[in-house]
Design a protein around this ligand. Structure first.
Ligand code: URA
Length: 207
């Protein structure tokens, strides 16, 4: 299984708080934003730098800046929305696309109902979705981006089931997966165990 578990103590601590059933929507959203920033910090470690001549109040020097690499953040609707602000806090210049998928009741396969992306030319993309369960939606979201010609894609999830990681590995071996926690398994309704319940409902306070 190819997956990078970002098990920094702060991430683990905050995920535990999110898992607790008594954690309300306001705290859940705040924690998700904080964890997204901690994970995003690591995921963007390979951003290319260039040298730039600047002047401090004391003298001239050569500083470093991110070399104009264009990034796109793509939340999978709707729970992925909870990870957008954390990424934008780190990379305010990133553009945001959206992908909406529903599950066909007969085939149980994901079907696209919404896709709006920024200009994809020379842009790397990070797909964000808190829960990597069966992997069906994540795999379909990656396929959609690839069909638009996007080559460099990363997938960032808060909690994953081994089933989801295996599915995305099999369908898209070129896509690196980053997760905060790799849980035990899926239950028969497709929920991650132990998981944290329905991430969308917990973010938006719905049932
Ligand atoms: N989606 C969720 O929100 N939670 C799960 O456990 C699985 C899929």
């Amino acid at each position: 299984m190819q997956v990078q578990v970002m098990d920094h103590p702060l991430i683990q601590h905050k995920i535990t708080l999110m898992r607790k059933k008594e954690t309300g929507a306001m705290d859940f959203r705040q924690l998700l934003e904080e964890i997204t920033m901690l994970m995003g910090y690591e995921i963007t470690r390979d951003l290319p730098l260039e040298e730039v001549a600047i002047e401090t109040p004391l003298c001239a020097m050569t500083g470093k800046q991110i070399s104009g690499k264009k990034l796109g953040i793509v939340p999978v609707l709707r729970a992925g929305l909870g990870m957008v602000q954390g990424m934008l806090n780190l990379i305010p210049m990133a553009k945001v696309g959206h992908i909406g998928l529903y599950r066909d009741p007969k085939t149980l396969e994901p079907v696209e109902y919404y896709c709006k992306l920024p200009d994809v030319t020379d842009r790397d993309f990070i797909i964000v979705d808190p829960m990597l369960a069966t992997g069906g939606s994540a795999s379909e979201a990656i396929t959609l981006l690839k069909k638009k010609g996007i080559q460099h894609i990363k997938l960032m999830c808060l909690v994953a089931a081994p089933e989801g990681v295996k599915r995305v590995n099999a369908d898209h071996p070129d896509v690196r997966i980053y997760v905060g926690a790799l849980d035990e398994k899926l239950n028969d309704r497709g929920y991650i165990l132990p998981g944290l319940g329905d991430a969308g409902d917990r973010i938006f306070g719905t049932k």
